[in-house]
Ligand binder design. Structure first.
Ligand SMILES: *[C@@H]1O[C@H](CO)[C@@H](O)[C@H](O)[C@H]1NC(C)=O
Ligand SMILES: *[C@@H]1O[C@H](CO)[C@@H](O)[C@H](O)[C@H]1NC(C)=O
Ligand SMILES: [Fe+2]
Length: 464
């Protein structure tokens, strides 16, 4: 072996030694350093309105009932209220007139400072067949647009299903890369979106045209598969200086959720059941103290979870409870203190959060012993606790949060300041394969991956 080869080998060995030093405390801080540059929003009209007069745009769908036989189809018509109906039919039923159905939308508009929205439509369809491809069409003549979606399979403990996970997306070049990377993977069937959509509020007067732009940007995915929405702080749009005093006004007009189907009284917190998963969405920016609507709803909803039907119990919220980044540090603490004992008691499998613009995965840990006087405030390993994943790395205008606290706390298993998205592949009632993909790699590369074992059916310790 030549000396050149020897020194190359020696360098490779040194890199491994250095990496292992980084692993000593159990957690891993990725040595990967992404090149840092200011993210700017893509120019307006990067995603122009579709051709044709008053053509429907910003089309998006979400689950429309508790168990997956419903869908809510939403769209905007910029100039006039019509078309306000959507027609749909099962694939293969083309040409059979009686198989074509139409549903009337509920239409809304809103003003925000000097902005007037287009006509925002929400059409709820129920009683669809499970696991069936449907086409739908909005508009007529040269403004007509056609899309399709596939309903999820019937609820059941071993039903496989694959979710994408994205948070804090925004509408920059990096956001564009994140969505492109997610869409390059044909496996994703529905998106778990953990809040902070358009970042319109980072523009003067919360420029609501940025909400429209965002709707057109994500349409290539949102029109074809359900995005499950959780609200973040950038959805609040509370601006008394503009006389805009109604929190969540643009978001609530634009993004309807099936909250009444889970007996919630607010679109900001609700739950759905999909394949083998029970998904609970919480609002970090609505009251959650004892006796409040969100608190009492969550208590009831957790008692309704049937792990024999939906073994996977997944929670989405915006502000993370376990975050080892100095950015937004401990902002989720009040909600953690309030709800964490329930999550441990009910053996929640996974909690996805956003807000912090980097990626982090926790160990299974809990911190529920503390009672002010006993001093027991250290998170401890707990096989009944969820894994907490912070995935606020969608790529928005505010850039990366690279200020991880040092040393890496023992509760943190993997962390990296890069933009990306995740894929959660539920295989059956016991196993789910989870991967995180950084935008700088090809989609096929998983920068972080682990097999999750279900806390109810197979509560073994996981290793990656
Ligand atoms: C707080 O915890 C300590 C130790 O576990 C226990 O002895 C004490 O009774 C607790 N205090 C209250 C008010 O529950
Ligand atoms: C569940 O999926 C895992 C991973 O694919 C597999 O190893 C395991 O055998 C499956 N369990 C059953 C009961 O099929
Ligand atoms: Fe946020």
């Amino acid at each position: 072996m030549g000396s050149k080869n020897m020194s190359a080998l020696w360098m490779v060995a040194m890199v491994f030694v250095l990496l292992n030093i980084g692993l000593c405390n159990g957690g891993k801080t990725s040595p990967y350093v992404r090149k840092l540059y200011a993210s700017e929003d893509l120019p307006k009209d990067t995603f122009p309105s579709p051709p044709g007069f008053n053509a429907p745009e910003q089309v998006h769908i979400t689950q429309g009932d508790y168990d997956g036989r419903g869908v809510i189809i939403s769209w905007v018509t910029p100039v006039m209220k019509h078309p306000d109906v959507v027609s749909y039919w099962a694939a293969g039923a083309e040409g059979k007139r009686k198989h074509k159905h139409t549903v009337q939308s509920v239409t809304t508009t809103y003003k925000y400072y000097n902005y007037n929205s287009g006509y925002i439509h929400h059409a709820t369809i129920k009683g669809l067949e499970y696991d069936t491809k449907y086409f739908y069409e909005i508009g007529q003549g040269n403004s007509a647009r056609q899309f399709h979606f596939t309903t999820p399979p019937k609820i059941g403990p071993d039903v496989p299903y694959t979710f994408g996970v994205i948070g804090d997306l925004g509408q920059t070049f990096d956001s564009y890369e994140t969505l492109k990377h997610y869409m390059a993977n044909p496996k994703g069937q529905a998106m778990l979106f953990v809040g902070d959509l358009s970042y319109a509020d980072d523009h003067p007067h919360h420029d609501n045209e940025r909400w429209d732009e965002w709707g057109r940007f994500v349409e290539k995915s949102t029109a074809y598969q359900p995005w499950i929405w959780a609200a973040g702080n950038h959805e609040i749009d509370f601006a008394p200086e503009l006389e805009e005093n109604v929190p969540f006004k643009p978001y609530l007009h634009r993004y309807l959720t099936p909250y009444q189907e889970s007996q919630s009284t607010s679109p900001l917190w609700y739950s759905i059941r999909l394949a083998s998963a029970h998904i609970i969405v919480l609002s970090s920016y609505s009251s959650f103290a004892k006796y409040t609507p969100q608190y009492t709803w969550l208590e009831t909803e957790l008692s309704k979870v049937n792990r024999a039907e939906t073994p996977w119990l997944i929670v989405l919220l915006h502000s993370p409870w376990y975050n080892s980044n100095s950015y937004h540090y401990m902002e989720g603490e009040a909600m953690r203190v309030t709800f964490e004992p329930w999550f441990v008691q009910h053996k929640v499998d996974l909690v996805f959060a956003g807000h912090v613009h980097s990626y982090e995965r926790s160990e299974r840990i809990s911190n529920v012993k503390y009672n002010i006087t006993n001093g027991l405030s250290t998170p401890v390993k707990d096989p009944s606790a969820p894994v907490y994943i912070t995935i606020g790395d969608g790529g928005n205008i505010e850039g990366l949060a690279s200020g991880f606290v040092d040393p890496q706390p023992s509760y943190s298993a993997y962390r990296e300041a890069s933009f990306g998205h995740a894929i959660l592949e539920i295989k059956n009632s016991t196993h789910a394969h989870y991967t995180w993909h950084r935008n700088d790699d090809n989609e096929a590369v998983a920068a972080d991956s682990i097999w999750f074992f279900n806390r109810h059916t197979y509560p073994k310790e996981e290793h990656n």
